[in-house]
Design a protein around this ligand. Structure first.
Ligand SMILES: [Zn+2]
Length: 164
């Protein structure tokens, strides 16, 4: 009896007599994981394999030009979810770029709203030569008392910083 432990699920299994070197059990999830990892490793290590896969994908796309268009039409929920996830990834990437910007030494979370005013301000995080006006607007504490001031009399605690 040659029993061994699966490298993924850690369960003890009996290797197939046709695969004496088997290290992964025959559970569907473990075999799937084994194939995915093998393919990933093969793609990085084998240039020819990578080329064949790319050609195969290219041919498939040219034969099925409308596949993704039709898929998106049939699965609007997937489109919405995908868009939301991409926007979240983009936001995270912008924050990551900002944190790696050498001119920013310390990032702190603030309750105040920050507005970047200028066309192309979205590039500010990646390009420290872009000039923009930054307005930090802090909420004022609520005033309690008789005869409260009108909106015009309240002063906004705002200041501007010119970056770049
Ligand atoms: Zn397993």
């Amino acid at each position: 009896m040659d029993e061994r432990r699966c490298r993924y699920c850690q369960k003890v299994f009996q290797p197939s007599k046709y695969q004496p070197l088997q290290v992964v059990c025959s559970e569907k999830a473990c075999q799937q994981r084994r194939r995915v990892e093998y393919r990933r490793q093969k793609l990085t290590a084998d240039e020819e394999y990578r080329q064949v896969c790319q050609d195969s994908s290219r041919k498939w796309r040219s034969r099925n030009r409308d596949y993704w268009k039709q898929y998106r039409e049939k699965h609007p929920d997937a489109v919405t979810r995908n868009r939301d996830q991409q926007q979240a990834r983009d936001r995270k990437q912008r924050l990551h770029d900002l944190a790696n910007n050498t001119s920013v030494l310390d990032l702190k979370r603030s309750a105040a709203s920050i507005w970047l005013l200028r066309a192309g301000a979205e590039d500010l995080a990646n390009n420290n030569s872009v000039s923009a006006q930054v307005w930090v607007i802090e909420p004022l504490p609520r005033r309690i008392g008789p005869g409260s001031e009108s909106c015009k009399q309240q002063r906004a605690g705002a200041f501007s910083v010119s970056a770049g």
